[in-house]
Design a protein around this ligand. Structure first.
Ligand code: ATR
Length: 264
């Protein structure tokens, strides 16, 4: 997606992938300074290590304890989390606005942190129920995000009973678990699809496949559902702007991404 963007803007830049072992992230980041690189993206499982390795953190990176984009500014490594912006923008573009008073979030891992922070700092949201297979992780995330955002975060297990109760009065359901991701394409994170109904908004951050089982279930029951491709596009668009200072050619980036995903 970034190389397509550089290409269409006629820029002599290139985006390449490097394998880095856990424990080596700090060295890799020092290396990008020495090599004169403008910046990088960091992906799973290194976002936490990047968080502790950069020189400066933005508020989103600080709140999520995860860095997915680094920019070298005046010789310093500045750590951003563009997943937060990517998620917010993807909701807006899907027409999921204004956000409802009550949101249900499935998952409490790294991706869920970015989503929880984005939701907790969005206007209109009053209550976020966080349900997770490992309930203690939901408790920790809810407590922390409640403190950080000042909104009401309530934790629970990812059980049918808890889900039915959580969905009562909820207008948006977000899946931030990895359930449904390739190759697990016939799984859904929902213990019961009965909670899906017309008028409900469903956002699945999983992007491989672009239409997950959850998205299909939701649409089949009359809910409006969107997959995770846009979040990926917009986190990338934001990173592009941070590195280059230029307006990202979003449609070119989206097309390149869909082509690459389609080829998998
Ligand atoms: P990421 O950084 O991609 O979010 P992660 O931190 O490993 O990855 O988090 C994965 C999330 O998916 C967690 O919420 C995990 O639940 P646990 O905290 O109980 O591990 C959830 N998850 C993964 N596989 C799952 C499954 N089969 N059923 C339910 N939840 C699952």
């Amino acid at each position: 997606m970034h190389n397509a963007a550089f290409g269409v803007l006629g820029m002599d830049w290139i985006y390449v992938a490097f394998d880095v072992l856990p424990g080596e992230v700090r060295k890799a980041l020092e290396g990008i300074k020495a090599l004169g690189m403008r910046g990088i993206n960091v992906t799973v499982p290194h976002k936490g290590e990047a968080f502790t390795s950069v020189d400066v953190l933005t508020p989103e990176a600080e709140a999520t304890e995860a860095v997915n984009t680094v920019v070298v500014e005046d010789g310093r490594l500045v750590g951003y989390n563009t997943d937060v912006y990517g998620f917010r923008r993807a909701l807006m573009e899907a027409g999921f606005r204004p956000l409802p008073d009550k949101v249900v979030l499935l998952g409490a891992g790294g991706a869920a942190r970015a989503v929880a922070y984005a939701i907790g700092t969005s206007e209109g949201v009053e209550e976020v129920v966080v349900l997770n297979r490992t309930e203690e992780r939901a408790e920790r995330l809810a407590e922390e995000m409640g403190m950080r955002t000042g909104r009401k975060f309530l934790p629970g297990p990812l059980s049918e009973d808890a889900l039915v109760e959580a969905m009562d009065g909820a207008g948006l359901l977000v899946n931030a678990t990895s359930v449904g991701m390739h190759p697990d394409v016939d799984s859904s994170p929902l213990p019961s699809a009965e909670v899906l109904r017309p008028g409900l908004w469903v956002y699945d951050i999983v992007y491989v496949p672009p239409r997950t089982k959850l998205v299909r279930q939701a649409e089949g029951r009359g809910a409006k559902a969107v997959g995770g491709t846009d979040m990926l596009v917009y986190q990338g668009a934001r990173a592009f702007r941070l590195w280059t200072g230029l307006e990202p050619p979003v449609e070119v980036m989206r097309r390149a991404l869909l082509e690459a995903l389609g080829a998998r």
